[in-house]
Design a protein around this ligand. Structure first.
Ligand code: FES
Ligand code: FES
Length: 873
């Protein structure tokens, strides 16, 4: 029953009718206050914070009926007369945001925080989550606002020297005022909503789906099952053609392969009606045996997850192996026989989730001329367009895919997950349709980082020289094989390639199980492999009584080296610039590290230091294509069109800086249009740390070409012949309480050999954000599965990501040594920043306590167990 409600929002009187169960969040968004963001809807993230009579509340769990005759303020009401409030100004100046999806809620909470010491501030901010920034810039913003400090490090968009300057992100004002328009922040007339019935079984064949009762509900417009859609095998991975992934996924299938798999799609006039209809659909399943352990899955378990013959590009379907890698160099058996020391371990890495705060969301509609428009939160609009053309047999020119403001992706939006069924619904109903994933769906029906078991065996001479390394990786790729083969390749190739060892072997398997699929995630497998390698290198150094940094410097690849694993033509990375020694020096200096210093003991507390090094390529050479168009406008202004996507990192700003520098104008003179298949030329998309390195080089070449021509416009098409390597070195100091197992990070330093920082503050933000994600991976994050493969912690309350209280002060050193291949000497920085954190912490724990952990996350319980085993058995 609808009820009358009167109140004020941002000083405007409002009178509405609403259902008693409506949340304040839903009501405010229905009224067009889109600065109020929906993330968890359980009161756990703070993104929806507004004030009711000056008191911050989580609007997602605040009943709308409680605001009768009250006054509500949202982020849009914070500034007055066009003047930003001091807290908005402070966030803008210190750039206390990246994607900005958390920012409105963060600002509404921060504005009410009393002046506090830094340490207290971290704890007070615990109710507001940010996945991008690592909280450093947010805390700086709040302190600056409270102490009226004006940030003097800001460079102006009107500066004539752009490269190397802290030019503010171009979307900053929109973000701090709540005006940034994310995918869900529009509501076309007649918008319908899509919801999906998901499988309660890990493995079953669908005999019959009963939809009659659901169809009879007023407001239900259409229901689709596998019987209503073409059966075309594809991959959800957004890769360039020909895609390397198994083609094993269907719009809707007659078989389900994990708890959460898609069964039927309901289209209705509201999300609530669609949800209600989903619950009334009944399905007759033939339950099949299932397997959730990849080692069982590949060893004659009697379950074949992809027995359908339409699927292809599967390495060994009978053994559930989606992808396999085998590469070998030298004579491993002989080298192990000659080794003075052999160390052999197994490392266990869990499945973890991206937790970008903006969910997967798509809105699609048909233009009067028949063009299909797809507005989507995607990292890969062009790959998405290609797939939709194939699935619906449409010419590409009749499909426009574009991205709005993105609220984070971290690889999970390199997957095409929400666009396909949304488009199906639009094509069949002729209406605009929105499909927005719930937080539970994000946790249970998108993708995770691949869980892996990594066996690593190293043979070494007495002086610390590595002579043999053998790595076997078994990765759980879940029910579908998207990214499986390529991720397991990088898991071994990156850490094995990092060291010069002449005899090495990599065997890797991406194995299907009846669990949620794994996919692309920042680091792309290198994160898991680096944990194994950097943990073992430390262990070898300890056994040989060699300083861990010296051990690494003795073996790490050097300029002129090639990656000596398998055939060189299989590899696409090389060393351009190289500042690894400088990175180590900086990290040692800032940590105050003296080789041989023993762990500190103070009561129940033990302090130790640990290190790790990693490398990562910049984009994919010869594959990753970027085209840009650069045009002159009147009044010495320019327009840059690029198909690349700013996922929230600030890449649009960086690309404008590159163009401005070459053209000799200011960044303000460059207007950018990005990520739109109709408005911009092709770009492979934003992944693999490619945007600045490849799209940025295309922009530079276009600007140079424009300077040499009288034409008004130039287009450049660019793929890199070389993918140069970025290196990162990290050191941490930790304190372990041996009575509780709790690990506290006291100091954290990362030096990154990034060639050139086009925008140092944006690069800095990438590093702190990547480290914060690494801390979550190291100490707290893990998807928990029951015996059916059901994820049992699909809420932010149960699956904890780091809060401000969990992140120490982080020191970042951007080591600049110009790279010969990247634009202005720049290399990729997006992914590598996450790789070193977990092994550096594991090594510090080992130094502090003598206990080495081979499994993540290193929770207090796990550390305590290890301490107990070591000291009391
Ligand atoms: S959406 Fe309200 S607290 Fe997360
Ligand atoms: S900036 Fe905080 S979640 Fe992206």
């Amino acid at each position: 029953m609808l009820e009358e409600l009167q109140f004020t929002v941002n000083h405007q009187s409002c009178s509405v009718t609403c259902h008693p169960g409506t949340s304040l969040l839903s009501l405010l968004r229905q009224l067009g206050w889109f600065g109020v963001h929906r993330v968890c809807e359980t009161g756990d993230c703070g993104a929806c914070t507004v004030w009711v009579n000056d008191t911050p509340v989580h609007s997602c769990i605040y009943p709308a009926m409680r605001i009768a005759n009250e006054s509500v303020t949202t982020i849009e009401g914070l500034s007055s007369d066009g003047e930003l409030a001091p807290i908005q100004q402070a966030f803008l100046q210190a750039q206390g945001f990246q994607c900005g999806f958390c920012t409105p809620g963060m600002i509404m909470s921060a504005a009410k925080i009393p002046e506090l010491l830094q340490e207290e501030l971290r704890f007070t901010l615990k109710g507001n989550l940010c996945r991008c920034t690592g909280y450093q810039a947010i805390q700086e913003s709040i302190v600056n606002s409270q102490q009226s400090i004006v940030n003097s490090q800001q460079s102006s968009v009107n500066s004539h020297h752009s490269v190397g300057e802290n030019i503010p992100k171009q979307d900053g004002v929109a973000i701090v005022t709540g005006k940034a328009s994310y995918t869900g922040d529009i509501s076309p007339p007649g918008l319908l909503h899509l919801k999906v019935v998901r499988s309660p079984h890990p493995h079953a064949r669908i005999r019959k789906i009963h939809t009659e009762t659901a169809k009879a509900i007023p407001g239900v417009v259409a229901i689709f099952t596998h019987e209503d859609v073409p059966r075309i095998a594809y991959t959800t991975a957004g890769h360039a053609e020909p895609v390397p992934d198994p083609l094993d996924h269907y719009l809707l299938d007659n078989k389900v392969r994990f708890v959460g798999d898609r069964v039927a799609a309901v289209v209705a006039e509201s999300p609530a009606i669609a949800e209600q209809a989903c619950q009334l659909i009944t399905v007759d399943y033939e339950i099949l045996p299932h397997v959730i352990d990849p080692i069982q899955a590949m060893n004659d378990c009697g379950v074949v997850i992809h027995d359908e013959l339409e699927s292809s590009q599967i390495y060994d379907r009978d053994r559930n192996i989606a992808g396999h890698i085998f590469q070998e160099t030298g004579n491993l058996a002989q080298a192990f026989a000659e080794a003075d020391l052999i160390v052999k371990n197994t490392y266990y890495l869990p499945a973890v989730q991206h937790v970008h705060l903006e969910p997967h969301i798509t809105i699609s509609w048909l233009e009067p001329d028949g063009t299909l428009v797809v507005r989507s939160s995607t990292q890969v609009p062009f790959h998405c367009q290609t797939l939709l053309a194939k699935l619906f047999n449409l010419p590409k020119e009749k499909i426009r895919v574009y991205k709005a403001q993105l609220g984070g992706g971290f690889g999970n939006k390199q997957e095409i997950l929400s666009e396909d069924l949304c488009v199906l619904a639009t094509l069949r109903t002729g209406k605009p349709v929105q499909w927005e994933f719930s937080r539970k769906e994000e946790f249970t029906a998108t993708n995770s980082r691949h869980a892996m078991t990594i066996h690593l065996k190293s043979g070494v001479k007495k002086d610390g020289l590595l002579i043999a390394q053998d790595m076997t990786i078994i990765a759980n790729t879940g029910a579908y094989g998207n990214h499986g083969q390529t991720v397991v390749f990088l898991s071994g190739y990156i850490p094995l390639g990092l060291y010069r060892c002449p005899n090495k072997r990599l065997q890797a398997f991406a194995v299907y199980t009846n669990t949620m699929p794994a996919g692309a995630f920042r680091g792309y497998g290198a994160t898991q492999g680096t944990f194994a390698m950097e943990s073992q290198i430390d262990e070898i150094a300890k056994q040989l009584n060699i300083d861990p940094i010296e051990m690494r410097l003795k073996n790490v690849i050097q300029p002129g080296d090639i990656i000596n694993l398998g055939k060189s033509e299989d590899h696409f990375n090389l060393i351009g610039s190289y500042a690894v020694s400088e990175c180590w020096e900086k990290v040692k200096q800032l940590l105050g590290y003296l080789p041989g210093t023993p762990a500190k003991v103070e009561g129940s507390r033990r302090c130790g230091v640990g290190f790790a090094i990693s490398m990562q390529g910049s984009g994919l050479s010869k594959i990753h294509l970027a085209k840009v168009k650069l045009s002159r406008l009147p009044n010495n202004k320019y327009e840059l069109r690029t198909g690349s996507v700013d996922v929230g990192t600030g890449s649009d700003t960086t690309l404008r800086q590159i163009a401005a520098e070459i053209l000799g104008v200011t960044v303000a003179d460059i207007n950018i249009i990005s990520g739109d298949t109709q408005q911009t030329p092709f770009d492979a998309g934003s992944y693999a740390s490619a945007t600045v390195y490849i799209s940025g080089q295309a922009v530079k070449l276009a600007a140079e070409k424009l300077l040499t021509t009288n034409e008004n416009s130039v287009e450049i098409s660019y793929t890199a012949d070389e993918s140069t390597l970025t290196f990162a070195v990290q050191g941490v100091e930790v304190e372990i309480d041996i009575e509780t197992g709790k690990t506290q990070i006291l100091k954290c330093v990362q030096a990154i050999d990034l060639g050139k920082a086009i925008n140092p503050r944006i690069c800095h933000g990438q590093v702190t954000g990547g480290i914060a994600m690494g801390i979550g991976y190291a100490l707290m994050e893990k998807l928990l599965f029951d015996k059916q493969g059901t994820i049992i912690n699909p809420k932010l309350r149960d699956y904890r990501i780091p809060t401000a209280a969990d992140i120490p002060s982080i020191e970042v050193i951007l080591v600049e040594q110009s790279d010969p291949y990247g634009p202005f000497g720049a290399k990729g920085v997006g992914e590598i920043t996450t790789n070193c954190t977990a092994p550096a912490i594991a090594n510090a724990i080992a130094h502090a306590t003598g206990c080495r952990l081979y499994q993540l996350p290193m929770t207090p319980e796990r550390v305590f167990q290890e301490l107990k085993i070591k000291h009391f058995t």
